[in-house]
Design a protein around this ligand. Structure first.
Ligand SMILES: [Zn+2]
Ligand SMILES: [Zn+2]
Length: 344
């Protein structure tokens, strides 16, 4: 993979997460093995695209890749881009392994922050009430062949001569960093596992039923236990609802009623998280009135939040002559009542 990851996805180096996602989806559809039965080149291309996306989708990995790409990161062996693994011949295996050792985590995995391995869209009501959704998750597992080690054999890292540190001179100062080649261990593996490419992890797309806890929100991270005992992180995406808004455990919504209904009072069917209920709107309801429907909000512990219905009143010009006459009659009536009061 000496190819530039940005060119693999056909995006610029300043591409947004969204642009990268779009580009990936488009290419993945085109080169997906299902759509290219037995086409070896499409299969390779698909893998290349997936690998590139794996790194560029993750802001942390992408930042490190950008460093590598621009030459800001330091490599052992006289500045030559080299891998975390040295081949028996003594040369470096190349860029891909460098990326593997930087990102994949055979080395320094414990310090690696866990990043979501998938995203799942959860309907608004399911997020609020809890429930189950089906999700496709890119699961990362410990490699079965090397047991997660990423390879076999150990030898002293040549880049740092086994110290695990790298000293950088800046004028009169020098700063110390963990060696990027060995991740600060001072040792590198002598041969990379061919099954996982040295990353110690293999990935697959799995369909799963996911239990969503009540009171979940957009951006929440859900930890899933994988069959091998490790855990995967799933990010929840909860699209905004056209009617409901969440504020803590309470649900807010807005309804608009006509002026006569506001004056006379009415009943209306309104949406709650669990279907419709009948709501009584009292006579003389002012615009901006908030009606409380108890215990129709988000469950928490043994209790629940409430639903608050904000009532707007639509006041518009009469739609025709007969409607105009009705309003005029009301106005006349109002005038007569006032004059009678003044006369008394
Ligand atoms: Zn392996
Ligand atoms: Zn080192």
């Amino acid at each position: 993979m000496d190819k530039d990851l940005y060119s693999v996805l056909g995006v610029g180096e300043k591409a947004t997460e969204d642009e990268i996602k779009k580009a990936y989806r488009k290419l993945a559809r085109k080169y997906h093995p299902d759509a290219n039965q037995g086409d070896k080149r499409a299969e390779e291309k698909f893998k290349e695209i997936s690998d590139a996306y794996d790194i560029l989708r993750d802001p942390e990995k992408r930042a490190r890749y950008d460093d590598v790409r621009s030459g800001r990161a330091y490599f052992g062996g006289g500045g030559m881009p080299g891998g975390g693994f040295e081949t028996p011949g003594g040369g470096f295996e190349g860029f891909e392994d460098l990326l593997s050792s930087l990102f994949g985590g055979g080395i320094g995995r414990s310090s690696r922050r866990q990043t979501p391995s998938g995203e799942v869209e959860v309907p608004f009501a399911t997020a609020a009430l809890g429930g189950r959704v089906e999700a496709t998750i890119r699961l990362s597992r410990s490699c079965a062949v090397c047991g997660g080690a990423g390879g076999t054999g150990e030898k002293t890292c040549q880049a740092c001569k086994g110290s695990g540190r790298r000293t950088e001179k800046r004028g009169a100062f020098s700063t110390m960093h963990p060696c990027p080649v060995c991740g600060g261990r001072g040792k590198v593996l002598t041969s990379a596992c061919s099954s996982c490419g040295g990353t110690g992890r293999t990935t697959s797309n799995d369909r799963m039923i996911v239990d969503i806890p009540p009171g979940s929100s957009d951006g929440d991270l859900l930890r899933l236990r994988q069959p091998d005992g490790s855990s995967a992180i799933l990010r929840l995406r909860v699209p905004p609802d056209r009617f409901f808004r969440r504020e803590g455990l309470d649900i807010h919504c807005t309804i608009t009623i006509s002026a006569p209904r506001a004056a006379l009072g009415t009943t209306m069917m309104i949406r709650t998280l669990e279907g419709r209920i009948k709501l009584r709107i009292p006579a003389g309801t002012q615009p901006g009135t908030v009606l409380r429907v108890p215990s129709r909000g988000v469950p928490s512990g043994g209790s629940r939040g409430d639903q608050f219905v904000h009532v707007e009143v639509s006041i518009r010009p009469p739609s025709g002559d007969s409607e105009r006459r009705l309003w005029e009659q009301l106005l006349d009536h109002e005038g007569r009542v006032r004059r009678r009061r003044e006369a008394d």
